[in-house]
Design a protein around this ligand. Sequence first.
Ligand code: NCD
Length: 431
Amino acid sequence: MSVSQQVFLSDAMRRLNLTRDIFASRIGVKRRELDAWLLSEESRHYRPMPDVVHRFVTEIMENEPLLKKYAEAAQTGPIRDRIAINGKHQLLSVDQFTRESVEDLFRIADLMQPIARRQKVSRVLEGAVLGNLFFEASTRTRVSFGAAFCRLGGSVCDTTGFTFSSMAKGESIYDTSRVLSGYVDALVIRHPDEGSVAEFARATNIPVVNGGDGPGEHPSQALLDLYTILTEFSRLGKLLDGSHIALVGDLKYGRTVHSLIKLLALYRGLKFTLVSPPGLEMPSAIIDQAAKHGHVIEQTNSLQKGLSGADVIYTTRVQKERFQQEELQGYVPQFQVNKSIVDAFCRDDVIIMHPLPRDSREGAHDLSVDLNEDPRLAIFRQTDNGIPVRMAIFAVLMGVESLVQHSLRDVTWFPPTHVGPDDTLLPGIEY
Ligand code: NCD
């Protein structure tokens, strides 16, 4: 590099007319990482940026139309207006996001981390009530949405299953939604039918969040998954643009992967390998939507082929409860993501994810527990990220995100420094 790293990056930000925050999110790194690159080389905290960042920024600077596009792309206005659907502040699909708005949301999630990690408390949603309506099995999504709302000072009313709701008496989605709108300030809904959460949303003007609609979408899960990938890549000095993502398992009925591939497709030059047992391939409409952004997408039934050289392995459970006439062929012991296959076909900096729950019963060749002690396994860092991301979703939909920073107070109790006995200590991850 003929000029110093500090001059190179400052010049790029000036010509792109971007603040440090926005520039950091555009190149897919955390703000504090960029700050370290921008220090003078004499500073104790200075860090050299990876070559790939230099190449990426140079490519933009040397390409006039791209330079113009980047400089103009800064969007304005509150995020909730930018992601609104049918004029309402609701979250039904990842299709509501652009790369800019998703990264704006993640900056708010970063602000929530001290609350999620039990260092600070906030009461910005004091007085607000959440209706958490789960008509399908759930542990982490239901509890983490509830905990996220409570940690912002709100309260939660829950209902689980059809048996204990008036839907068992034949009540329509419209009536249920309208009645609850008179009782609560926001709704999170999980339902076994695709499109049903959108139907709830049409019958109300309060914020509605899709907590999973059958095999359709699971937008909050995809957001926390993307947030996890960006956080892990930042720690590893890698960029999401140009990386290789392997999605593994039941890609036909797994709603988490349906939302995730569409969200990841907002980035540039990705390679996706879609690895599923025969008959459980990703629906072609979703592949086509992601392919429109110019990514390389390869489908395979071979785990070894699909995992080779991946930067992220995202495994999923076979959704047997949604099967119609599918037979499970090819879902054999050799299809399981375990330590020996990861060691044989992936590098040391791969990250292994799963939306959980993983099926640990006999005959289920879901993600192996033999990776539990392996720092590449990011599943619990991923579940932990569910709280700040869901807090950010509520703060944005309820319009309180700008109040959070100044509302923070120290916690009054003594939480453990590590919440799990096996928490791995990794450089770049603060607890
Ligand atoms: C997923 C779901 O419900 O779609 N779980 C979750 O929300 N984290 C995945 C699954 O059930 O397999």
